[in-house]
Design a protein around this ligand. Structure first.
Ligand SMILES: Nc1nc2c(ncn2[C@@H]2O[C@H](COP(=O)(O)OP(=O)(O)O)[C@@H](O)[C@H]2O)c(=O)[nH]1
Ligand SMILES: [Mg+2]
Length: 546
């Protein structure tokens, strides 16, 4: 029995049509919270709460459980009510053994019994039996459980009983003349359950064993004890399961309970229909829209433009171009370029990633506001497209979700772009190599020059110039060094351009990734949440309407 009721607290009318509708409405209310009108949702939530309260284990069935101490006559009472010997009488079943169940009416109790953990061989359907002809159908929908035996003083049982009494429609507690006054029964079981007296019935069994003139006195005595327990007015029936005394009265009580349950179910069903219709009208029936991939991309592009990705990328290209070119050009030219104080050149040659970004941004004053406005309208366009055809509350919810993050988006974009690694400062290895070669070539020319100078100075020494063809070696060194440097710089041009373009592409990719992340977090995800909520609400309402 311990496992029998696990997880039952959140249970609403399991496996039944009304139960499914209640759960559908519950889902819809949760999803629509903060989107649809609060008062309408509160009404619906109240219907859900009442339904959960009243329908308990099942909407379509009235669950009646027989409990009590071993030997009090649960099984005998069960059999007397069923009219057949289904439950083994006089057998003590340990607490772990199965309950016996009998259901009246054909449909739908299987899932409930399965969930209660009662195996098929302990289940009987009253309709399936041969004598149904004389069976009145006022018990249709009844599920009668003969609970496993237990000692009422055991705390664990007490807890199970406590849970069952909240879930079952009726708990029939069977006492017997010997033990009805046991303090343990009253202290540990009956008194704590006083709050549930409306869903409990007390049966005083074995009444045939009490002399007829003493029966009324005993019932009165028990009634006093029950009053002392706080169970004023609780239904109390004296029966003899073996002699059939009082069984009709007990049956009438159960029939009444079944009728009440049916009425409750009908009322709840009506309420469900009403509040569902209200929410359905507020929600509309438009097919849930989706954010198209193309819209998502267009939005990202707009945000990237607003964040200045194209201008920053262009600056990265120019800076990379300037730096690599300087590294590969003739050393004297690049050395001279250091002396010039053109701020734009300086920026391209010396700025860090961060400085470059802020300088580029600062160079286009007012652009940020213009771009922010463009993002704003792009986001609103998407929101408008998505909410076209939706009812007002949902359209408003979508617009709200799409635009709520915009102020934060701007500052997050600044941070994202500002902290993206652009790599403008890195000179490629090949270019560093070229720098070295350029210096070597220059050195060659200088050595050649010095040699020429030395020769003309020491003309008198008549030193012979080494000749290669018609040119002297120092002349070749000077000319070769100078021409080589120039030629190398020229040859590197293409590579320099390609490097700059590649740097720009990389920067563009990184910047766009950063922008996409921020856009997803502040616009796309909130939008997605609304669309999910809309979908969940429609699904829930569809189930609730069925
Ligand atoms: N005389 C008499 N015996 C009963 C009555 N109800 C049950 N018994 C007997 O009491 C014993 C225990 O009954 P049982 O139904 O198995 O009790 P359970 O342990 O609560 O299921 C059995 O021997 C029954 O025949 C009754 O109303 N009158
Ligand atoms: Mg029994």
């Amino acid at each position: 029995m311990t496992s029998m009721l696990e997880g039952a607290d959140n249970l609403v009318a399991r496996g039944t049509e009304v139960g499914a509708r209640v759960r559908g409405l519950e889902t819809a209310v949760a999803a629509a919270r903060g989107r649809l009108d609060g008062a309408q949702l509160d009404n619906a939530a109240e219907v859900v709460r009442r339904a959960s309260d009243r329908l308990r284990l099942s909407a379509d069935h009235t669950v009646v459980a027989l409990g009590g101490a071993t030997g009090s006559g649960k099984s005998s009472t069960f059999n007397a009510l069923v009219g057949l010997e289904l439950a083994s009488v006089g057998v003590r079943r340990p607490t772990t053994s199965w309950a016996t169940a009998c259901t009246w009416g054909s449909s739908g109790a299987a899932e409930l019994l399965d969930w209660l953990g009662i195996p098929p061989r302990y289940q009987t359907v009253r309709d399936s039996m041969l004598d149904t002809g004389r069976e009145p159908n006022d018990l249709n929908g009844l599920v009668l459980l003969d609970l496993p035996d237990h000692d009422s003083t055991e705390v664990s049982h007490h807890l199970e009983v406590d849970r069952l009494v909240r879930l079952a429609d009726l708990l029939v507690w069977v006492l017997d003349p010997q033990k009805y006054a046991d303090a343990a029964v009253h202290d540990r079981f009956l008194r704590p359950l006083a709050a549930h007296k409306d869903t409990m019935v007390i049966v005083l069994n074995h009444i045939d064993e009490v002399a007829e003139d003493r029966r009324a006195g005993m019932v009165a005595d028990l009634r006093r004890l029950l009053d002392a327990d706080g169970l004023h007015g609780i239904t109390l029936v004296a029966v003899s399961a073996s002699e059939g005394i009082g069984i009709d009265e007990l049956r009438r009580t159960i029939v009444q309970r079944v009728a009440d349950k049916a009425a409750t179910r009908d009322r709840i069903s009506t309420n469900l229909t009403e509040v569902t219709a209200v929410l359905a009208a507020a929600s509309g029936e438009a097919t849930p829209p989706n954010l198209a991939e193309s819209e998502r991309i267009a939005l990202r592009d707009e945000v990237a433009r607003a964040a200045g990705v194209p201008v920053v990328t262009d600056a990265v290209r120019r800076a990379s171009l300037a730096r690599t070119r300087r590294a590969t050009s003739w050393p004297l030219v690049s050395w001279m370029s250091r002396l010039r104080r053109d701020p734009m050149r300086r920026l391209n040659l010396e700025a860090s990633d961060r400085e470059l970004v802020s300088a580029v941004r600062a160079s286009i004053p007012g652009a940020q506001q213009v771009q922010a406005a463009k993002v704003d309208s792009a986001v609103r366009d998407v929101a408008d497209r998505l909410s076209a055809g939706l009812t007002r509350p949902w359209a408003a919810a979508i617009t709200r979700a799409a635009t709520a993050g915009l102020p934060e988006l701007t500052s997050r974009l600044d941070r994202a772009v500002g902290s993206t690694e652009l790599g403008v400062g890195r000179i490629p290895i090949w270019a560093r190599l070229v720098t070295t070669i350029q210096w070597l070539l220059l050195l060659t020319a200088v050595v050649g020059g010095a040699w020429l100078g030395g020769l003309s100075g020491s003309n008198s020494l008549k030193l012979k110039k080494p000749m290669v063809g018609s040119y002297s070696v120092p002349e070749i060194l000077v000319a070769g060094g100078l021409a080589g440097g120039l030629l190398l710089a020229l040859l590197c041009r293409g590579l320099v351009n390609r490097t700059a373009n590649r740097r720009a592409r990389q920067a563009d990719k990184r910047l766009r990734a950063a922008v996409t992340e921020v856009t997803e977090a502040f616009v796309v995800a909130p939008l997605g949440e609304e669309l999910d909520a809309y979908r969940a609400t429609l699904d829930g309402l569809r189930i609730a309407r069925a």
